[in-house]
Design a protein around this ligand. Sequence first.
Ligand SMILES: *Cc1c(COP(=O)(O)O)cnc(C)c1O
Length: 424
Amino acid sequence: MIRDHEIAQLIQHEDQRQRSGLELIASENYVSEQVMAAAGSILTNKYAEGLPGKRYYGGCEWVDRVEQIAIDRLCQLFGATWANVQPHSGAQANAAVMLAALQPGDAILGFDLSHGGHLTHGSPVNFSGKLYKPHFYGVEEESGLIDWEKVAIKAHEVRPKLIICGASAYSRDWNYARLRQIADEVGSLLMADISHPSGLIATGLLNHPFPHCHIVTSTTHKTLRGPRGGIIMMSKDFPNPMGIVNPKGELRSMSSLLDSGVFPGTQGGPLEHIIAAKAIAFGEALEPAYHKYTRQVKANALALALSMTQRGYQIISGGTDNHLMLINLRNKSCTGKAAELALGKAHITINKNMVPFDTASPMITSGIRLGTPAITSRGLKESHMDQIAEWIDRAILGHDNDAALKSIGQEVCALMEPLPLFVA
Ligand SMILES: *Cc1c(COP(=O)(O)O)cnc(C)c1O
């Protein structure tokens, strides 16, 4: 119960916004009541620097057990043998890996941000592009697909210490096996950042990065449907290939370097209330109901992509294998920015997005990204997707017509308001 009136009112407004709107931001989702309750629990009061059983503070006996359960469930979910559940976010997880695996100035090779990659994979405005020497691979202009042989050529050319795969706006699957061959050829570590599709991977709907990728990072709040946070995993520990030794002169394990990369490398005390919420979410993801959910997420994305295509929208790569799609609006005389604004007025939340080889600026963009994780949590099925495509199309075609947008918004609210936020 929040007694601070100003904040309570604003949370109430946000609650109403979430209930009445259509949430198509591909990186968002709705968590269960129990995940939310843990995130708001008294565990927030506890300092627990270190790891379960090896803390720098007293009184950690209960949070130790919470964190160990989170680690064990996560390992079970992805077939990992080692995990760290402390990163405060996906960006923090990636920072910890890079601090552990790289020296400043080392070359890294990631997926181009403007083709669907992430800021933390080497963007010049991010630590990853400032501290390390970033190189990029992208998609082919014709197909919208990554050509793995071009990644190989690039890797041989720039000899990275770390190859990063994974994206924020790529609707196709990844060839982790081929990427591992490439990494081995150039003597690089391979990291997959599965922040977006992690839930679909955990339930077997997409290729698994293990055992091919040395290290896997993810967020926990996207398709995984947990609290906001990050994780790092390995299928198998190994002696670090960088030659870093402990005071006794022994090679340190990669896991110990990754743990140190999180704390004390890039974070202080872990958020044990969030770790408790992660443990609950991982437990939920191990249940059959969650498999049903991820299958529906994928089915909904396929149906939405088909309905958008039928209305003349150009989907980058021609379709989707996962939960999202990137749409090029150049043939619709509407920028990404204008579409985001218009759809917002119609209570449909999306984000503008650069499309590969975009000529518009990142603040304008030529595209939008749509995703189905959140609307699937609210219970929507394939049968709703054509109606959604019709609303999006009407809003984009009438993006200057406020009356038309308002009337779409009323139709959206009529469908969404009665639905619960979270259906298991
Ligand atoms: C969302 C995302 C992140 C960052 O997650 P935050 O929790 O916002 O820091 C990192 N990598 C990829 C690929 C993402 O999609």
